[in-house]
Design a protein. Structure first.
Length: 516
C-alpha cells in the first residue's frame, strides 16, 4: 500500500515538473504547451462596430433590441472573416448599452460575440466607450444610446467611480481571472473629436487631460483583473488626432500617461505617408507599439487592384505600424469591405463576399491553417461517463507546425444547430500532452482502473486524447476539435458529433508518464 502511494506521489511530481516547463513543438519555434498561442498576423478587422447590438439581425426585427440575436449569421460572419485571413477582431462594447442602469449589466450578446470570435482564434479588441445617460455629467434623460441629437454619450461621468466600476466588471468577466478571452483593451474612440469626447466647461483645454484620467482609471482595473493585459490608448481620428496626440505627449504630473500606454492606436483613411509623418512628429522622442484600429481609403472601390492595397499596407508597416484593423467588414462610404454593402439594419440572410474579399484574402491569408482532425471517440450517439475520453487523429499541419488543439463541448443549439456560442467545455490541449491514468479507490488505496497511456514528443504518436478534469453534467452534448498552429491560426473544426453524458461514479485521474 505504502509503495503504491509513493509511486503515485512520484508520478504526480514528475507530471507537474514536465507541465511547468516549456516543451518543444513539432518543430521550431518553441512554444508554451500550457497556453494557446496568440496570432502573430498584422491583419485584423473592425468586424462589429458601435451599432452592432442595434443593427445586427434578430429573430424579431423591431424593436431592434428585442428578440434573440441571429447566432447563425454571426457565426457565418466570423467564419468567412477567418477564411479571409482576419486574425484580430475589433468589437465595440458600449458602456451605455452594457450598463443601462447602474450595476445592471447586459453581457449576453457580448458573451456570444466574444466566444464566436475566440472559436476562430481571433484576438479580441473590445472598443470601450460611450457614457450611459445616468452616469453623464449634468444629464439624466433616459434615452437610447442611438439618439444622436440629445444623448450625452460623449460626456465624462459625473462620478468617476462609475467608470472604474464598469472597467472592473468587464475585465473581471473577460480577463485572465474570468473567461480569459480578452487581453487587449481599447479605451474609448476618437477622443480628439467632440462627437465622442466632450468636456462642456473647457473642451479645447480639458479634453486631453480628462481623457488621460479616463485611461489611468481604466488601466488600474486592467492591471488588477487582467495581469499582463495591454492598455490600448488613442483610437485617434485622422482629422485632429495628431494634434491631440501632441497634447497628450506634453501632459505632466498625474496626467502624464506615457508609462501606461502599451499600444498607441489611431485611424488612417488616406494619404498614409503624410498622416504617418504627422503622427511621428507629434510623438517627438516618444516611442510606442503602434496599431491602426481603423484603416481604409475612402475613394477605393470594391474592385481596387491588389497592388494598390498592398502599397497602402507597405507604407504603414514601414512607418512602424505592427497591426491594422480594416474598417469596415462591409463596403461603405469609408471604402471597400470584404462583404457586400448592407442596409442600416442588416436585413439579409447571409454574408456575401464582395469583389474585395479575394483581394484582402490574398494579402492576409499568408499560410493555410491546419487541416481538420479526424475524431475517433466518443462515437456518434455514444453514452459516455461524466469524464469521457476524447480522441482524434493528428491531422496534417499547414506550413506551420501544430502547437495544440481547441476542444469544445456544448449543449446549446440555435435553430437546431450547434454553434458553440456558450460551450460547457472549451479547452486548449497542447500537442505534447501528459495523459491521465484513471484510478479507482480499492481497499483504501489507489489502483489502476484501465490501461495506461502516454504520449511521446509529437508527431511520433498519431492519436491525441484528452479527459476533462471535472465531470460534465448529464445530458446531450455536441463536441468538436480543431488544430492550432504555432502562429495561433485555428484550423478547420471536425464535424460536431453528438454524445450523451450519463450520471456515473466519480473517478480520480492521476497524470502519469510512461518511460520506455
Amino acid at each position: 500500500m505504502k509503495q503504491r502511494l509513493l509511486l503515485a506521489a512520484a508520478l504526480l511530481i514528475l507530471a507537474v515538473t514536465i507541465a511547468s516547463g516549456v516543451v518543444q513543438a513539432d518543430s521550431d519555434p518553441p512554444y508554451d504547451p500550457l497556453r494557446q498561442p496568440s496570432s502573430s498576423s498584422p491583419y485584423g478587422m473592425d468586424l462589429m462596430g458601435p451599432g452592432w447590438q442595434w443593427t445586427f439581425p434578430r429573430e424579431k426585427a423591431w424593436p431592434r433590441l428585442d428578440g434573440e440575436i441571429r447566432v447563425d449569421l454571426m457565426d457565418e460572419m466570423f467564419q468567412k472573416s477567418w477564411a479571409a485571413g482576419v486574425r484580430s477582431a475589433r468589437i465595440a462594447v458600449l458602456w451605455c448599452l452594457t450598463e443601462p442602469e447602474r450595476d445592471a449589466y447586459r453581457w449576453d450578446e457580448t458573451d456570444i460575440a466574444f466566444q464566436l470570435a475566440r472559436n476562430y482564434g481571433m484576438d479580441i479588441v473590445p472598443q470601450i466607450f460611450y457614457t450611459p445617460d445616468w452616469a453623464a455629467v449634468g444629464h439624466d434623460i433616459d434615452e437610447s444610446c442611438f439618439d444622436y441629437q440629445d444623448y450625452p454619450r460623449n460626456l465624462p461621468p459625473q462620478d468617476w467611480n462609475d467608470w472604474s466600476d464598469f472597467m472592473a466588471a468587464i475585465t473581471q468577466r473577460y480577463g485572465a481571472f474570468g473567461k480569459n478571452q480578452v487581453h487587449l483593451w481599447e479605451i474609448w474612440n476618437e477622443p480628439d473629436l467632440f462627437e465622442f469626447w466632450y468636456i462642456p466647461e473647457d473642451p479645447w483645454n480639458a479634453n486631453a487631460p480628462m481623457y488621460a484620467k479616463l485611461v489611468r482609471l481604466a488601466a488600474a482595473e486592467i492591471h488588477r483583473y487582467d495581469p499582463g493585459g495591454k492598455v490600448l490608448v488613442g483610437s485617434l481620428s485622422d482629422i485632429y488626432g495628431a494634434k491631440f496626440l501632441k497634447r497628450m505627449m506634453e501632459l505632466e504630473g498625474e496626467n502624464d500617461i506615457r508609462d501606461i500606454i502599451d499600444v498607441l492606436t489611431f485611424h488612417l483613411f488616406d494619404e498614409p505617408e503624410r498622416k504617418m509623418a504627422a503622427i511621428h512628429k507629434a510623438l517627438g522622442d516618444n516611442e510606442f507599439v503602434m496599431w491602426i484600429t481603423e484603416a481604409n481609403v475612402r475613394q477605393w472601390e470594391e474592385t481596387i487592384p491588389r497592388d494598390h492595397v498592398k502599397s497602402f499596407f507597405d507604407i504603414v508597416y514601414r512607418e512602424g505600424v505592427s497591426r491594422t484593423f480594416w474598417f469596415k467588414s462591409w463596403t461603405s462610404k469609408w471604402g471597400p469591405g470584404i462583404f457586400t454593402e448592407s442596409d442600416r439594419l442588416w436585413e439579409r440572410e447571409s454574408f456575401d463576399p464582395s469583389p474585395f474579399y479575394p483581394t484582402y484574402q490574398g494579402l492576409a491569408l499568408t499560410n493555410q491553417p491546419p487541416r481538420r482532425p479526424v475524431v475517433t471517440v466518443p462515437e456518434l450517439n455514444e453514452l459516455v461517463p461524466p469524464r469521457p475520453t476524447f480522441a482524434w487523429r493528428r491531422p496534417q499541419p499547414g506550413p506551420r507546425p501544430i502547437a495544440g488543439y481547441k476542444l469544445q463541448v456544448d449543449d446549446t443549439l440555435f435553430r437546431g444547430k450547434p454553434y458553440f456560442q456558450s460551450p460547457e467545455l472549451d479547452v486548449w490541449v497542447p500537442a505534447g500532452l501528459v495523459h491521465f491514468l484513471p484510478l479507482q479507490m480499492v481497499g483504501g488505496g489507489a489502483q489502476a482502473a484501465g490501461e495506461t497511456a502516454a504520449q511521446a514528443a509529437p508527431p511520433s504518436i498519431p492519436e491525441v486524447t484528452y479527459q476533462p478534469a471535472s465531470p460534465l453534467p448529464p445530458g446531450r452534448y455536441y463536441w468538436r476539435v480543431a488544430a492550432v498552429d504555432v502562429d495561433g491560426a485555428v484550423g478547420y473544426y471536425s464535424e460536431p458529433r453528438v454524445i450523451f453524458v450519463a450520471a456515473g461514479d466519480e473517478r480520480v485521474f492521476l497524470p502519469t508518464v510512461i518511460v520506455p
